[in-house]
Design a protein around this ligand. Structure first.
Ligand code: MTE
Length: 362
């Protein structure tokens, strides 16, 4: 386990637990987000795990329980590698807070996301050896960190439906961007669930359990759920609303910055777009007049189901104030809702409204 120091210009929202997002210019610079700038989302203290004594237990509704050391996991199953975007369900929450306050939640801008190459083994291969029982409709994960944010305090956990667990792309990963996973990102082993909200990619995983029902863990049953606008999240019983899974089509503008002053004339607008599930981005439109007229942006990165596509377009701005807006389309022809007001929800998840940036050209 090696530590990678994070850049000084990370946007730190909270130190304990550590919650920090990437600076926008780093996200725009390369398809793969460098490790020293990759966002960090924690609900408790980072656990100190010794890779030599750490074990992964696989149990629940399986034919044969497994207990695997990291060496055993690496010896027994073929390695797999894929590039996947991780995106927190709270990414772009600041846009929802601007509509109506969301107390107690991290005010993420558009940097609670990043793209990395992940190396590990396929969860499907491990579950095939354990033998999933016929009643196992869900596969749950448990991490080694204990979160005081949960009620009652408990380790971080999540679950995914059986079809996703067996789809092949879900990894148990020990490498990120060709380097050993760092403690902050889940060493010695983390789950990577491509196309699903980041909360399902459990770090420091110690237990995998096949179950008939979704996990009862606080972070599956109470948090990371889309509640209706009138619900008070403190009073809503566990199981209210919709558990978030696959990520809806989304995009953000990385440059220019909102509120900035730019030179009149040609200006390059850069951003990212991402669609979860097994969809990918097929088109991004950009407008410099608040959405009255649109032009298609150039997609920089190749189409891939689990990864974002950065995009760019150049507009020639005359002097004055301009509102730059973007909207992405995915391979299911879904596009983004126009306004944050339309998607506001009490915990501030899944803001995929058109990103808007106001600039003054002088
Ligand atoms: N796993 C554990 N054990 N504890 C956590 O707090 N946070 C989740 C997920 N896995 C979390 C976790 C959330 S909400 C996100 S968005 C991603 O990890 C963030 O992963 P990263 O910190 O490696 O970027």
């Amino acid at each position: 386990m090696t530590a990678v120091a994070k850049r000084q210009d990370m946007v730190v929202h909270q130190r304990d637990p550590l919650n920090a997002e990437s600076p926008p210019e780093v996200l725009g610079a390369a398809m793969q987000t460098p490790l020293d700038a990759f966002y960090m989302r924690n609900h408790g203290p980072v656990p100190k795990l010794d890779a030599s004594t750490w074990r992964l237990r696989v149990g629940g509704d399986v034919d044969c329980e497994l207990e695997l050391s990291l060496d055993k996991l690496q010896e027994r199953f073929p390695p797999r590698e894929l590039t996947a975007t991780l995106q927190c369900a709270g990414n772009r929450r600041a846009g929802l807070i601007a509509v109506r306050d969301i107390p107690g939640e991290v005010p993420w801008r558009g940097g609670a996301t990043g793209t990395a190459s992940w190396r590990g083994v396929a969860l499907r291969d491990v579950l095939a050896v354990a033998g999933l029982g016929s009643e196992a409709k869900y596969v749950a994960f448990l991490g080694a960190d204990v979160s005081e944010e949960a009620d009652p305090p408990q380790p971080f956990g999540a679950s995914i439906p059986r079809h996703k667990a067996m789809a092949g792309e879900v990894l148990l990963a020990w490498q990120m961007n060709g380097r050993p996973l760092t403690p902050l990102h889940g060493a010695p082993l983390r789950v990577v669930v491509p196309g699903y909200i980041g909360a399902r990619s459990v770090k420091w995983v110690t237990e995998i359990t096949a179950r008939a029902e979704p996990s009862e863990n606080y972070f599956q049953a109470s948090a990371y759920r889309l509640l209706t606008p009138e619900l008070d999240p403190d009073l809503a019983p566990p199981g209210s609303g919709v558990a978030l899974g696959a990520i809806a089509v989304n995009a953000d503008i990385l440059s220019p910055a909102d509120g900035s002053t730019v030179a009149a004339g040609p200006i390059e607008i850069i951003g990212y777009a991402f669609a979860g599930g097994d969809r990918h981005i097929v088109r991004v439109d950009v407008s410099d007049d608040g959405g009255a007229r649109w032009r298609q942006a150039e997609l920089i990165d190749p189409p891939a189901p689990w990864a974002w596509r950065r995009w760019r377009v150049t507009f020639t701005l005359p002097q004055g104030r301009h509102q730059i807006v973007a909207r992405a389309w995915d391979s299911a022809a879904a596009t983004q809702p126009e306004r944050a007001e339309h998607v506001w929800n009490p915990k501030g998840y899944a803001n995929n409204a058109w990103p808007r940036v106001n600039v003054d050209a002088v």
